[in-house]
Design a protein around this ligand. Structure first.
Ligand SMILES: Nc1ncnc2c1ncn2[C@@H]1O[C@H](COP(=O)(O)OP(=O)(O)OP(=O)(O)O)[C@@H](O)[C@H]1O
Ligand SMILES: [Mg+2]
Length: 267
């Protein structure tokens, strides 16, 4: 059976920097896969390459189909839905409208309604997505009225509302406190348990280790380890890669004490 996502020898170069170097990764149907690594390891660039926002070499297959030569918007239409590491919201729109602009597929009916000036309405997908991140109460508010963590969640809800085949999240827990992060973790896990396939980048080791089925570890653009959380967090190569950044947190994780990485903030 083919995976939902499969990359082979995925590579991105920025001048002399090999930001992503021959990365092979798989996300199976209904799996939550983590992608971790120290700052600058190439995690975001990896998602950029998968979703078509940066030029890459190698191959990206979605449900067994080669999408390598498709543009970012074509890949999005095929079901690759992502969030961004930095804030990504339209501050002049309400939270609900932020979801609707992304979720709405143009249809004759939609165009007709717009011609007659009908207001933007709720859809089942947007309301469900807002509920999922516990922001149903904030639908009519502006993103600027929310905390940084909540704004982050609006970005997550927006990607969920697109009902993607694969949801790719870039540090959704950045800016959240430990309690909020655990709460988000439970919600993401239940989404996956309901059948959603997901690729998750985060610096919050407690989050990643507790909810992922499988974890890939990047360092200097190369995969240095992958496997189930229990195996990955004991891997000497992984512990070494984290020395000087999140080593203490990773060690805590080995002892079973969840902790947040010190460098999990937004850039
Ligand atoms: N547009 C760009 N132009 C040149 N170099 C870039 C560009 N984007 C990223 N890089 C470099 O590519 C490497 C990987 O960066 P990337 O942002 O993918 O890392 P990351 O793992 O997401 O890091 P972080 O945890 O800090 O978000 C870094 O050396 C970075 O400086
Ligand atoms: Mg990044």
């Amino acid at each position: 059976m083919s995976a939902v996502l499969e990359t082979s020898k995925l590579s991105v170069r920025f001048g002399g920097v090999h930001a992503v170097n021959e990365v092979d990764l798989r996300v199976e149907e209904g799996q939550l896969v983590g992608l971790i690594g120290p700052n600058g390891a190439g995690k975001t660039t990896c998602i950029d390459a998968i979703t078509g926002f940066v030029r890459s070499t190698g191959e990206v297959r979605l449900d067994g189909e080669d999408v390598t030569r498709l543009s970012a918007h074509q890949r999005a239409r095929r079901g690759l839905g992502r969030t961004w590491q930095a804030s990504e919201l339209f501050d002049d729109l309400t939270v609900r409208e932020n979801l609707l602009v992304a979720a709405r597929r143009p249809s004759l009916w939609g165009v007709a309604k717009e011609l007659f000036g009908a207001p933007v309405t709720k859809t089942e997908a947007t309301e469900r997505a807002l509920e999922l991140v516990d922001l149903a109460w904030a639908g009519d508010m502006r993103p600027t009225d929310l905390s940084q963590g909540q704004r982050k969640l609006v970005g997550v809800a927006r990607a969920i509302a697109m009902q993607p085949r694969l949801l790719l999240l870039d540090e959704p827990a950045a800016g959240l406190d430990t309690h909020e992060s655990e709460d988000l973790g439970r919600r993401l896990r239940s989404l996956v348990d309901g059948g959603q396939s997901m690729l998750l980048i985060d610096h919050d080791m407690g989050l990643v280790m507790s909810i992922c089925d499988h974890i890939y570890v990047l360092e200097f653009g190369k995969l240095i380890a992958h496997g189930p959380p229990d195996v990955v967090r004991r891997d000497p190569k992984v512990i070494k890669a984290y020395l000087g950044s999140a080593a203490a947190e990773l060690a805590d994780e080995v002892d079973g004490e969840p902790a947040r990485a010190a460098d999990g903030g937004e850039r």
